[in-house]
Design a protein around this ligand. Sequence first.
Ligand SMILES: C[S@@+](CC[C@H](N)C(=O)[O-])C[C@H]1O[C@@H](n2cnc3c(N)ncnc32)[C@H](O)[C@@H]1O
Length: 189
Amino acid sequence: MSIDLPLHRLLLDQWDRPADEDDETMLSRCTGPTLDVGCGPGRLTVALAGQGLVVLGIDVVSGAVGRTRERGGAALRRDVFETLPGEGRWETALLADGNVGIGGDPVALLRRLREVLDPRGRVVAEVAPPGTPHTVDWATLECDDERHVIRWSVVGIEDVDRIAHEAGLAVVERLRSGERWFAVLEEAA
Ligand SMILES: C[S@@+](CC[C@H](N)C(=O)[O-])C[C@H]1O[C@@H](n2cnc3c(N)ncnc32)[C@H](O)[C@@H]1O
């Protein structure tokens, strides 16, 4: 496989911290049964479960799934593009920390999430700040001695309307907390 630099380096230890005030802004938009897509070590899966939501974390890295379970969260080792439990019935899909970039094709990811969600459901996505160009390249995922190379995309708040529209969704809310930016997407009318 040839890889165009630059590579984003996603060290899963970076996501071991507990949910903070900025995370809470995003979590407050999650309602009903929630799929935490690319849950990493599960800090947000566990925070949502602590708020009484039914939540399942999914991740391609087995170490991440193990850590989520160790901290008490429900998690499966699963690629979001593979068959998932409860397809068509999830109320929220959470794409925290730039996970709208999973797979390197945000439109394809959002279309996939439309299959996974109840038609009245929503995507809660963390995006990059204004002025961030839309890019598609590669990332390495590193967790203990596991290492995966994946396609990765960066989506800024200014690109989210276009990407949502192409996927058949609409942006119904934009939020900022500190330096972090979020968008809530629902089925387009
Ligand atoms: C930026 S980290 C986010 C961690 C976590 N959401 C958080 O905010 O604490 C990205 C995560 O997405 C996972 N991931 C990447 N591609 C995936 C895929 N196709 N399906 C499911 N998870 C994936 C990675 O293994 C990694 O744990």
